[in-house]
Design a protein around this ligand. Structure first.
Ligand code: DGL
Length: 272
């Protein structure tokens, strides 16, 4: 029997996966490079947030879901548009799935090239900032810099609220900035790695909280380039009905995401 080759089907989607709306920050960059790509955006809202879960819970959940999703929807490529899931489960998911998988890596390498003061802040989830994966990136690319890490789970909730048009307490942004600034050398931070895909959706608010002289960097440009590279030469057939967002739980509040999803070219919402 010949293996099914999704890349030969022009309607086969790119599947972008996150625990919530964070992966839309990656989708925005993917759209700039591949405007004709059919996209299936998956929000595991039943599992949100990932950042407060254990490694075992996240690895089991992500591999199980991606296994079922790829079997049902036959994507040509999967992007784990979530730092927490990628830093924990990327290697094990790659071992069990045949489809090409692109992960999300905290942008420590480009941050190390950007910083002038040598002090880099990193905002992520609790689960991400404790990963050996992050230690290895730091050792490889920022050994001669100072990397200050802070877990900011309330920013995940803030991004979810922002995209639903719900009010956000502005103190969440000042708290995140103040926590990094309060660490030794924190006053010299000039570059902040947004190591959670939810956080670029809040860049404006975070920039105001940190004040002038701080630049932000995330991994989405590199991910979009990698997806474009891996799908080079493939044909695309994006249906006139627009792309699809799949949720793992039907939540009444998710209707409010309609306008935000529309801005990313998604006009259909389904529950998986
Ligand atoms: N968007 C996810 C990330 O990039 C995390 C959000 C969560 O805690 O579920 O890490």
């Amino acid at each position: 029997m010949t293996a099914y080759d999704a890349s030969a089907n022009p309607a086969a989607p790119l599947l972008l996966f996150d625990s919530g709306v964070g992966g839309l920050s990656v989708l925005g960059k993917v759209r700039e490079l591949l405007p004709d790509a059919p996209v299936m955006y998956v929000s595991d809202n039943a599992g949100l947030p990932y950042g407060t879960k254990t490694e075992a819970q996240i690895a089991a959940r992500v591999s199980g879901l991606l296994g079922r999703l790829t079997e049902r929807y036959r994507p040509r490529l999967v992007c784990i548009a979530c730092n927490t899931a990628s830093t924990i489960a990327l290697a094990s998911v790659r071992e069990v799935l045949e489809v090409p998988i692109v992960g999300t890596v905290p942008a420590i390498k480009p941050a190390a090239a950007m910083t002038q003061t040598g002090v880099i802040g990193l905002l992520g989830t609790e689960a991400t900032i404790r990963q050996g994966y992050v230690d290895r990136l730091e050792a490889e690319f920022a050994a001669d810099k100072r990397l200050l890490r802070h877990a900011a789970p309330e920013l995940v909730a803030a991004a979810e609220a922002k995209l639903r048009g719900a009010p956000i307490d502005p103190a969440v942004f000042t708290r995140a900035a103040a926590a990094l600034r309060a660490m030794p050398d924190g006053d010299r931070i000039d570059t902040v790695v947004l190591a959670c895909t939810h956080f670029p959706l809040l860049e404006e608010e975070l920039a105001a909280a940190f004040g002038p002289g701080v630049r932000f960097i995330d991994g989405s440009d590199g991910i979009a380039r990698q997806i474009a590279f891996l799908t080079q030469g493939q044909a695309w057939a994006r249906g006139a009905a627009g792309d699809i967002a799949l949720f793992t739980r039907d939540e009444p509040g998710d209707k409010a995401l309609g306008p935000a999803l529309h801005r990313y070219g998604i006009d259909r919402r389904l529950v998986f």
